[in-house]
Ligand binder design. Structure first.
Ligand code: NAP
Ligand code: MG
Length: 399
């Protein structure tokens, strides 16, 4: 068989623990036999980040900018325990945070749906994609306990020395106080990423904030989205027959639950954090959640939404059989290959991505699945729970 050819390399970012094991198996079983794979490889595994003082992460992010499309394996974000476990000289930052900062991107999370697992919300028929503005607000806020009686003020000093000052509250007792911010530049990037992703995936875009209560802060988000939509994207949306729709966050929550799905829901940072957990849980499993980082100038980084599945890795190291679900990681590869195919005009590479996804779905429809999914299926008589490698081989058979 003639292998499928590529033009531009994919930026390949390897990772840690169980997902690193799956990474190699996915390539060996499902990609390399069919595609003459071209990648520029970056090892983002923690030992290599330590060895390069995290330079490898920055290099990988810059390569993502240069070539446009990357596929990333889950990576460890070090905490105190990891610093000891891996003998680190520093608590290196989250690679995802570093890449996101370089690309100035927005993360879109979409569940993979299969017939045998019904969403907790009965009327959801198509996936709901959450776009979270991963910058600022409460995540970068300054806050403190107010010890007792006194006056809290909000003050801004402009570069020319002009001061703006407003009373927040005259405290008659102890309490709490918080200051948060966001930047027009970041909100604009968020808006562009959302509109472009909607066009790319031909889906409606919903955006929600609490602008009736937050008349400056949230209102700014609403106005920036509106202005960019009207001036840059309205025509394209019209041509594609898709819609941009703004509503209050509480109205959005009600509409999302009543909907059939099949749209993108853009959320401010905190709303996106909370709602993406709710939506992914209601759809079934974190192991079936895909994720793509989209920059406002059209660069893409595809990955699974879950982490490195540490608990399974320690069982694997002990020689025990593991049944870790590779679906989201496979879909990271198909997402990246399809995008590469689109950008380079390679229809057979795009078709390969479609076929691999179809083979995955067919395998699950045939009842062959990893243990995490087997537990979610209603009709258990049909199900055969297998380990990760047997699952990959079953997909390959169907390819
Ligand atoms: P996790 O790796 O997502 O795993 C949490 C639990 O969810 C697992 O123990 C497993 O449950 C289940 N699970 C997740 N993915 C699964 C899959 N593909 N197949 C089957 N079960 C799956 O989260 P974590 O344990 O909190 O984090 C582990 C490491 O990942 C941390 O070092 C963290 O920093 C990192 N992380 C990285 C990313 C990223 O790179 N994007 C994201 C999140 C976390 P059971 O054990 O009950 O089977
Ligand atoms: Mg969360």
């Amino acid at each position: 068989m003639q292998k499928i050819q590529m033009k531009t390399p994919l930026v390949e970012m390897d990772g840690d623990e169980m997902t690193r094991i799956l990474w190699k198996q996915i390539k060996d079983e499902l990609i390399l036999p069919f595609v003459d794979l071209k990648t520029e490889y970056y090892d983002l595994g923690l030992p290599e980040r330590e060895r390069t003082k995290d330079q490898v992460t920055i290099d990988a992010a810059n390569a993502n900018k240069k070539y446009g499309v990357a596929v990333k394996c889950a990576t460890i974000t070090p905490n105190k325990q990891r610093v000891e476990e891996y003998n680190l000289t520093e608590m290196w930052k989250s690679p995802n945070g570093t890449i996101r900062a370089v690309l100035d991107g927005t993360v879109f999370r979409t569940p993979i749906l299969i017939d045998s697992i019904k969403p907790a919300v009965r009327n959801w028929k198509r996936p709901i994609t959450i776009a979270r503005h991963a910058y600022g607000d409460v995540y970068k806020s300054t806050e403190y306990r107010v010890p007792g009686e006194g006056k809290a003020e909000l003050m801004f000093t402009a570069k020319d020395g002009t001061r703006y000052r407003q009373t927040i509250y005259d405290f008659e007792c102890s309490g709490v106080l918080q200051g948060q911010y966001n930047k027009d530049t970041s909100i604009r990037s968020f808006a562009h990423s959302c509109f472009q992703y909607a066009i790319n995936t031909k889906q409606d875009l919903w955006f929600s904030t609490k602008d009736t209560i937050s008349k400056q802060y949230d209102q700014t988000f609403k106005l920036i989205f509106e202005e960019i939509y009207e001036s840059e994207y309205k025509d394209e949306f019209g041509k594609l027959g898709i819609e941009y729709f703004y509503t209050l966050i509480d109205d959005a929550v009600a509409r999302v639950i009543r909907s059939e799905g099949g749209f993108i829901w853009a959320c401010k940072n905190y709303d996106g954090d909370v709602m993406s957990d709710m939506v992914s849980t209601a759809f079934g499993s974190l192991a079936m959640m895909t994720s793509v980082l989209v920059s406002p100038d059209g660069n893409y980084e595809y990955e699974a939404a879950h982490g490195t599945v540490t608990r399974h890795y320690y069982r694997y190291l002990k020689g025990e059989e593991t049944s870790t679900n590779p679906m989201a990681t496979i879909f990271a590869w198909t997402g990246a290959l399809r995008k590469r195919g689109e950008l380079d005009g390679l229809s057979d590479l795009r078709a390969f991505a479609d076929k691999l996804e179809a083979a995955c779905i067919k395998t699950l429809d045939d009842g062959i699945m990893t243990k995490d999914l087997a537990g979610l299926v209603d009709d258990t008589a049909k199900v055969k729970a297998v380990n990760s490698l047997a699952f990959l081989k079953a997909i390959r058979d169907r390819m």
